[in-house]
Design a protein around this ligand. Structure first.
Ligand SMILES: Nc1ncnc2c1ncn2[C@@H]1O[C@H](COP(=O)(O)OP(=O)(O)O)[C@@H](O)[C@H]1O
Ligand SMILES: [Mg+2]
Length: 384
């Protein structure tokens, strides 16, 4: 029987791992947080707070080892002094228990979840997006083409993190034997997706252009970013990128594109579902208009390019590919919604339309996504 961490046994566990003393029993409190993993927030007697993450186990008591990968990422930052600068951009891991797949992190009480911040505040300070771009650009540029980091992280392992992802996964034509397992909404989506042949061709070409060359996060979304609670008035790091369990030796355009896609989802997720209006009208009625989001996508990319300007020489199509990966991220979002049996409404139809435009016509989509042309974007960072 696998050991499952909970509010009843966490204290004994912490004592066993040497993370607190038996005498602290009365002062230590824990509250469960259900995310993708089982997470427990623990407040110690010295006001330090810990986040304990435990991976789900299958019926044979096995986990898939993603938290071991997250621990490996934090070890990389400990191992190489040249990467010291990156530590303040992420969280801090304290302990990893391989046997029970439990990772202990320092919980940063002065930070908030960025997804929740945007939802609650409905304001999008450009310095926040700019700081995310700068942080991500530093992580990519400091690890770009660095074989020793690749070897430390990936080693000889023949696993997902060392492979090129299959962007067409789940998008193949449905065979009759799958009819019973695909939901009605899943059918609606695939039928519409498969109507656009050029969309599949564009995703295939994007997949072929994928160049694994640096450390990438590979699960970038607003809920995996923390924002400082005093963001308007702090000398501390404004944002931190967390949840590194899915990192991959990957393509930097995929990471930045995923984030651009997350900002576009704030716009695309904000209009009322109504089958009586056409898509153009629905888009124009968004509660969070595109113009409100564009300053953030622009600040995100200019922050990134300021930190990593060489990427434009190494990959002249970088910005177009970022736009394409943003489009692919929207398709991935629809697939996830269908997986969780959420309905395929005209909101998802709009998302698919926008995804198609970004994937098939990336150059002409640049002004839609960022509100300015490509030359203006590069001009801002003094590259053009
Ligand atoms: N170090 C931290 N400090 C503060 N909050 C955190 C920290 N790590 C995670 N969180 C919060 O907990 C949530 C889940 O953590 P995360 O590492 O993303 O786990 P999961 O793999 O379950 O998504 C995050 O979305 C964030 O709101
Ligand atoms: Mg997460």
């Amino acid at each position: 029987m696998a050991f499952l961490l909970g509010t009843q046994n966490f204290f004994t566990y912490l004592v066993d791992q040497g993370l607190c003393a038996v005498s602290e029993r009365e002062q230590v409190i824990a509250e469960p947080r259900i995310c993708r993993n089982f997470n427990l927030l623990v407040k110690l007697s010295d006001h330090q707070q810990l986040l304990l993450k435990q991976e789900p186990h299958d019926q044979h008591g096995k986990s898939c080892g993603e938290l071991a990968d997250e621990w490996r990422f934090y070890q990389l930052l400990q191992e190489y002094p040249a990467l010291d600068e990156l530590r303040s951009l992420v969280s801090k891991a304290i302990n990893f228990d391989q046997e029970h797949s439990i990772l202990v992190l320092n919980y940063l009480d002065s930070y908030d979840d960025l997804g929740e911040f945007y939802e609650r505040e409905r304001r999008y300070p450009i310095e926040v997006a700019n700081s995310i771009g700068t942080g991500l650009g530093k992580i990519h540029s400091r690890t770009y083409d660095r074989q020793e980091y690749h070897d430390f992280l990936v080693g000889e392992r023949d696993c997902q993190i060392a492979k090129i992802p299959n962007l067409l996964s789940g998008l193949a034509r449905i065979e009759p034997e799958q009819f019973a397992v695909v939901s009605t909404d899943g059918f609606k989506f695939l039928k519409l997706y498969q109507r656009y042949e050029q969309l599949e061709t564009a995703i295939e070409a994007l997949n072929q252009s994928f160049i694994p060359c640096c450390l990438t996060h590979d699960d970038l979304k607003l809920n995996n970013i923390l924002i400082h609670k005093q963001w308007h008035n702090t000398t501390d790091q404004l944002v931190r990128i967390i949840d590194w369990e899915s990192w991959r030796w990957g393509d930097p355009a995929a990471d930045l594109g995923a984030l651009v896609g997350s900002y576009l989802k704030l716009w695309l997720g904000s209009f009322v579902i109504n089958t009586d209006i056409d898509i153009a009208t629905a888009l124009s009625l968004a509660q969070t208009p595109l113009e409100v989001i564009q300053p953030s996508t622009q600040a995100l990319v200019t922050g990134y390019l300021q930190a990593f300007p060489e990427i434009l020489n190494r990959d002249p199509a970088f910005i177009s590919r970022v736009v394409q990966f943003a489009g692919w991220g929207l398709i991935e979002r629809i697939q996830a919604a269908i997986h969780y049996y959420e309905p395929f409404t005209n909101r998802e139809i709009c998302m698919l339309e926008v995804a198609k435009t970004l994937l098939c016509n990336p150059e002409s989509s640049i002004p839609i996504v960022f509100g300015v042309s490509e030359s203006t974007l590069t001009h801002y960072v003094g590259i053009a």
